[in-house]
Design a protein around this ligand. Structure first.
Ligand SMILES: Nc1nc2c(ncn2[C@@H]2O[C@H](COP(=O)(O)OP(=O)(O)O)[C@@H](O)[C@H]2O)c(=O)[nH]1
Ligand SMILES: [Mg+2]
Length: 233
């Protein structure tokens, strides 16, 4: 089974459509798949929207965390609750194209982590040019500092087997924001794991607002990378 983990915070505008698309993709590809929405008690009622829309759909589960917030810890929670042997993490706003789920899941059988990547041939971002180029530049910095070859450390669209996750030290990966992915990939590579990047084009988010505070996160992410480089974490 494949488990798709969707962390949500105030994503009521687009979440229903996305979950519907994922289920349709799974049906077409004849995949055994579940969707886990991990909502941090969004004030806009995201969880209720999903519950109401997919009341008769056992493949959709909604997990609500109360009194707790954070992208990485929400993903960790979802991964723990997931029943699948193959795990997929993606944005819940429509940025990531669900049509890629079957390919990501298939490749995760042969690779340790599969990344939906904006920065390999065929990848891209239909959204902001500024975000595209600043993220591109930051990714180059990551590659230089960590001396590795991943083009997109921050895509947030990932697939891996449960066994891979079990071998990782989750407590020093799943905190903070999107920087968790840098730590995850770093640990996998450090242990000799194989990472595959598959091109993906970011689509426009469907309603709602981005939670990425770009300038604040730049420093947080840089600090995370330097900590890895100097083996502080
Ligand atoms: N559960 C949970 N999800 C979050 C939190 N912050 C962001 N997200 C989700 O993480 C994903 C990435 O955030 P997003 O705002 O799309 O960032 P962007 O793609 O960089 O603009 C989205 O699906 C958000 O709803 C949080 O604190 N808790
Ligand atoms: Mg997004």
């Amino acid at each position: 089974m494949i488990s798709v983990v969707l962390p949500t915070y105030n994503e009521r505008d687009g979440i229903g459509e996305l979950v519907g698309e994922i289920l349709a993709v799974a049906r077409r590809a004849q995949l055994d798949l579940e969707v886990l929405v991990v909502d941090d008690d969004s004030p806009d009622g995201t969880a209720a929207v999903v519950r109401d829309s997919f009341r008769d759909e056992p493949a959709v589960r909604v997990l609500v965390r109360r009194g707790e917030r954070g992208l990485a810890s929400a993903i960790r929670h979802g991964l723990r609750e997931a029943r699948g042997q193959t795990l997929v993490v993606m944005d819940s706003d429509g940025n990531h194209d669900p049509a890629l789920v079957p390919l990501l899941a298939r490749c995760a059988e042969d690779f340790d982590v599969v990344v939906g990547s904006r920065y390999v041939l065929g990848g891209g971002m239909m959204t902001s040019q500024f975000r595209y180029w600043s993220s591109y530049a930051f990714n180059i910095l990551v590659r230089i500092i960590l001396a590795q070859r991943i083009h997109d450390n921050l895509s947030g669209y990932l697939a891996f087997r449960r066994g891979v996750l079990d071998r990782l030290d989750s407590t020093i990966i799943f905190y903070g924001y999107g920087d968790y992915a840098i730590r995850l990939l770093w640990q996998v590579l450090r242990d000799g794991g194989r990472v595959l990047e598959i091109p993906t084009v970011y689509r426009f988010r469907r309603g709602g607002e981005s939670k990425t505070r770009f300038f604040a996160y730049f420093w947080t992410y840089l600090a995370s990378v330097l900590r890895l480089r100097f083996r502080l974490r």
